[in-house]
Design a binder for this molecule. Structure first.
Ligand SMILES: NC(=O)C1=CN([C@@H]2O[C@H](COP(=O)(O)OP(=O)(O)OC[C@H]3O[C@@H](n4cnc5c(N)ncnc54)[C@H](O)[C@@H]3O)[C@@H](O)[C@H]2O)C=CC1
Ligand SMILES: O=CC(=O)O
Length: 326
């Protein structure tokens, strides 16, 4: 029987499915990630691991992982895994694309609306007893309807955000590694170069994967191109935006606001300067966090894991299959 390590407590039906083919050991804590030393030990004995984006799987962690066939990540983003190091050892790496697309697009749009219309700030204002009267410019935000949205990274989630924006009568610009002709035809989105997108958009949504190329993709210069009234929404990964530069741009009123679901360091420290700003809506990386979607992600991660263990090519392999897998 195979041996599998699951790095966080998952629902019984998922675990039971994996137990049909493997002996499972699981990190049972809900709120605390598995310590690296324990992970390293587990990896020495495991044939497969089902992990989360909270696990950093670097080359040195894989040194003793001589039995390991597959790392199944329960996320679409897999920047937490050194895929090249895994490939060198013939270890498959899989992710969970598609099943979280609409849920993450919903959250991205919710963040856009909340930031534009100061929803969180207004709710806190009311609950703190500050609401004395209605007045003409009290808690006024920015219109969403009819404005220009710029999407950086027109992949699955980018396209799903664009579909929502169509309903809000938004003019949609996008930048991507390649043109998305289907989205242009179906949704009327317009391809622009990166600088034009940042200069013309009222809302900018960042939806690229996190790679060496996208690290600090939005930095001081890029923020300086944005309109003073523009809002930046980041639901990709924290490192895609330079947080120091973003803080400076917000404090200096170079841009209007920011909606952030992701941070360079997660959980973001409570004394992080960005959290002190009223024009920042900050969320604890909940893009895909609906019950239905998290179940779908867990099911897909389990299916990828089982396929890999049994020597079948998993559906969502992100690196080349080893030579013994057809
Ligand atoms: N906040 C959250 O909870 C979630 C965050 N994510 C993040 O969203 C990312 C995107 O997910 P999907 O849309 O499923 O991926 P995808 O692969 O379908 O789309 C990513 C797009 O970004 C483009 N891209 C890559 N580098 C670029 C660059 N330098 N400039 C412009 N475009 C570039 C790609 O060509 C691709 O079209 C994930 O990699 C993950 O980091 C995904 C799900 C939930
Ligand atoms: O951030 C979440 C993911 O699935 O990637």
């Amino acid at each position: 029987m195979y041996s599998v390590f699951i790095t966080r407590s998952l629902p019984d039906p998922i675990v039971e499915k994996i137990e049909q083919v493997a002996k499972v050991s699981m990190w049972e804590e809900e709120e605390v990630p598995v310590p690296q030393e324990r992970l390293e030990k587990e990896l020495e004995q495991a044939d497969g691991i089902l992990c989360l984006l909270t696990e950093t799987i670097e080359e040195k962690l894989l040194l003793g992982a001589d039995r390991l066939k597959i790392i199944s990540n329960m996320a679409v983003g897999y920047n937490n895994i050194d895929v090249a190091a895994a490939s060198k050892k013939g270890i498959m790496v899989t992710n969970t694309p598609g099943v979280l697309t609409e849920t993450t697009a919903d959250l991205t749009f919710a963040l856009l609306m909340a930031t534009a219309r100061r929803i969180v700030e207004s709710s806190t204002y009311l609950k703190n007893g500050k609401w004395q009267t209605w007045s003409p410019f009290q808690l006024t935000g920015q219109d969403v309807y009819g404005t220009t949205l710029g999407i950086i990274g027109m992949g699955r989630i980018g396209e799903a955000v664009a579909r929502r924006a169509v309903g809000f009568g938004m003019n949609i610009l996008y930048n991507n590694r390649s043109r998305n002709m289907e989205a242009e035809k179906q949704l009327g989105v317009i391809y622009t170069d990166f600088e034009t997108l940042l200069r013309q958009s009222d809302f900018v949504c960042v939806l690229t994967p996190y790679t060496p190329e996208t690290r600090n993709l939005i930095d001081r210069e890029q923020l300086s191109w944005m309109k003073k009234t523009a809002t930046l929404i980041n639901t990709s990964r924290g490192g895609v935006v330079n947080e120091d530069a973003l803080y400076e741009a917000l404090v200096g009123h170079k841009i209007w606001a920011a909606g952030l679901d992701v941070f360079e360091e997660e959980p973001v420290p409570l004394n992080h300067p960005l959290l002190s700003l009223p024009q920042v809506v900050a969320l604890p990386h909940i893009g895909s966090a609906s019950i239905q979607t998290r179940m779908r992600m867990a099911e897909l991660a389990a299916a990828n894991l089982i396929d890999g263990l049994q020597g079948k090519k998993p559906k969502h392999l992100v690196n080349p299959a080893p030579s013994n897998i057809e």
